[in-house]
Ligand binder design. Sequence first.
Ligand SMILES: NC(=O)c1ccc[n+]([C@@H]2O[C@H](COP(=O)([O-])OP(=O)(O)OC[C@H]3O[C@@H](n4cnc5c(N)ncnc54)[C@H](O)[C@@H]3O)[C@@H](O)[C@H]2O)c1
Length: 269
Amino acid sequence: MQLLKDDVVLVTGGGSGLGLGVARYCRAEGAEVVIFEISAEKVRQLREEFGPEVLVIQGDVTKLADLRACRAAILERHGRLNALIGAQGIFDGNIPLLQMPEDRLDTLFDEIFHVNVKGYMLCARVFFDLLQATEGAMVLTTSTAAYAADGGGLVYTASKGAIRSLVNQLAFEFAPHVRVNGVAPAGIANSQLSGPRSLGLEGQKQSDIPKDAFLSMFRSLSLLQELPTAEDHGPIYAFLASRHNKIMTGQTVVADQGLLNRAVLKTAG
Ligand SMILES: NC(=O)c1ccc[n+]([C@@H]2O[C@H](COP(=O)([O-])OP(=O)(O)OC[C@H]3O[C@@H](n4cnc5c(N)ncnc54)[C@H](O)[C@@H]3O)[C@@H](O)[C@H]2O)c1
């Protein structure tokens, strides 16, 4: 059985990391995948990897016009949409509030919240009617930062908390037609999660952290003692995006290798 056989699945922010891994997984589960991505270079690479089989659209989730163009392209190519998986996001550089220049806070807040929160809200608005027509699903990406401190700086953490709340409210407003759930990952191998332009950190990527250091931190902190790949997250996203999920809406699955399931930090095992 393929979870997503013949379903059309849109992955926003699918150019690298989590979204790309989930997109690949959804294809393996039988989906017709569409990827929406801001980076021209990643769009080029996606077209090279997938060829004509995957519709790849360049655009910005914070721009209504780009999302409307994406909607039109999906209708033209596929005539329907069964699931929307939101995977875009930017990081705040993990800088404590008191170390941030006061005069950058405004632009930092706007930058992070526009991509991490407004982007999901606009997607929900623009694609609702297509999802309603297929009794489809939305899956949004939050983070363990929405549940516990030190998963990022203050602005990233607040934005991830906001996504958790979006999941609750959208599930309520879109019921019973569209199921809306979230996933809260901890670390993801090969992520290119970028810092904010407003702090001059747009060139900083999670993948810059030496692989071994990141891996050994995860091994020492998470109960499952492994840093998952983006593809490892595929099954949970694919299930929540599929018609096989008849029982969950308004929930966020904490997919953290047991990282948060402890009161005191000691090496597990
Ligand atoms: N990396 C981690 O350890 C981690 C942990 C928990 C949650 N997350 C979340 O997972 C999601 C995916 O992050 P990732 O780690 O795969 O990073 P990533 O940078 O590899 O992937 C995010 C993608 O979103 C794209 N994007 C950014 N702004 C966009 C915009 N305005 N419009 C369209 N696309 C845009 C980026 O170009 C990139 O391709 C994010 O929401 C992130 O907050 C990541």
